[in-house]
Design a binder for this molecule. Structure first.
Ligand SMILES: C[S@@+](CC[C@H](N)C(=O)[O-])C[C@H]1O[C@@H](n2cnc3c(N)ncnc32)[C@H](O)[C@@H]1O
Length: 281
């Protein structure tokens, strides 16, 4: 292997553990992201153009500083599709695929549900649902204008803009109408929780933290949701690993009952499905 890349393989050992991939694999992703398909083990750095050398060197320095490869390449896979992600958006997480599975257990491809995605970020949840449910329509809400513009880019890329609206709003304050499915992966980490640098330094704080107990966003949402619900509305929330009891307890206080919960790939209860209590009367 070329000496230049050999030295980077050594420098990236620690980072590679966090990313759960070998240093060579990380470098290969970086190369591929810049249009170089060759395996690093076969590549002579001197054959790269000056521009390519600058881009790769900059990417390697960023990798060494624990920046996730997804942020460097501005791309992350979710439910088998690629979404643009930046420092203004939370990187789509595999755990959140439980929300997709949960929602798809209530609607079929022939249904035309009206969906609402609160805290859309990259738009990965709503865009995926619109792609899986070809007659569905939906509104993507975020408080961050830059996140909404990334969601728009992703919607255009995936060809769903004709069925998707974008709403700059502090949770539901600018949202009207009723919805068949309300999906949200709100911030749910307790303030001050010691996160891995790859998250703490590179994902936006407003996508992560939700007060002293991590429940602030759920409190607000349960308060604001009743006028947006019809008698059969399903509310599908992502929760933190230790919130499977506390979030339903908040829901009951506001008239929402837990109808189902769906685990993530690690078997941790991740998606909770609620209905409005009086909707069954
Ligand atoms: C955990 S991220 C989820 C992003 C995306 N839905 C996903 O699952 O990958 C939470 C999102 O909520 C947004 N957010 C935070 N506070 C908000 C508020 N008060 N009103 C609307 N959106 C908010 C953040 O900007 C962020 O995009």
């Amino acid at each position: 292997m070329d000496d230049y890349f050999k030295s980077w393989i050594v420098k990236l050992e620690t980072v590679a553990k966090t990313e759960n991939a070998s240093p060579a694999r990380l470098i290969n992703w970086l190369l591929k992201g810049h249009g170089i398909e060759t395996d690093v083990r076969l590549l002579d750095a001197k054959t790269l153009t000056r521009n390519q050398q600058t881009q790769i060197e900059s990417g390697l320095v960023r990798l060494q500083a624990c920046e996730p490869i997804s942020k460097i390449l501005e791309a992350q896979e979710f439910y088998g599709r690629i979404f643009k992600t930046t420092h203004d958006t939370l990187d789509p997480r595999m755990d959140s695929e439980a929300l997709i599975e949960a929602t798809l257990s209530y609607f079929t491809k022939d249904d035309a549900p009206r969906l609402l995605d609160l805290g859309t970020g990259t738009g990965c949840l709503l865009i995926t649902l619109l792609l899986e449910l070809p007659h569905a329509v939906g509104i993507a809400v975020d408080i961050c204008p830059k996140a909404l513009s990334i969601a728009k880019e992703n919607a255009e890329h995936h060809g769903v803009t004709d069925r998707m609206q974008f709403c700059l709003s502090d949770w539901c304050s600018n949202v009207t109408g009723t919805f068949d499915g309300i999906i949200s992966n709100p911030p749910y980490i307790t303030d001050g929780y010691p996160l891995d640098p790859s998250v703490a330094l590179y994902d936006p704080a407003q996508a992560l933290f939700a007060g002293k107990d991590g429940l602030d966003a759920y409190r607000i949402l349960f308060n604001q949701l009743p006028p947006l619900c019809n008698p059969t509305t399903k509310i599908i929330f992502e929760i933190g690993f230790d919130q499977a009891k506390s979030v339903p307890a908040l829901g009951v206080e506001k008239g929402f009952h837990l109808v189902h919960s769906k685990p993530d790939a690690n078997g941790i209860s991740r998606a909770l499905i609620f209905e409005k209590l009086d909707s069954n009367v």
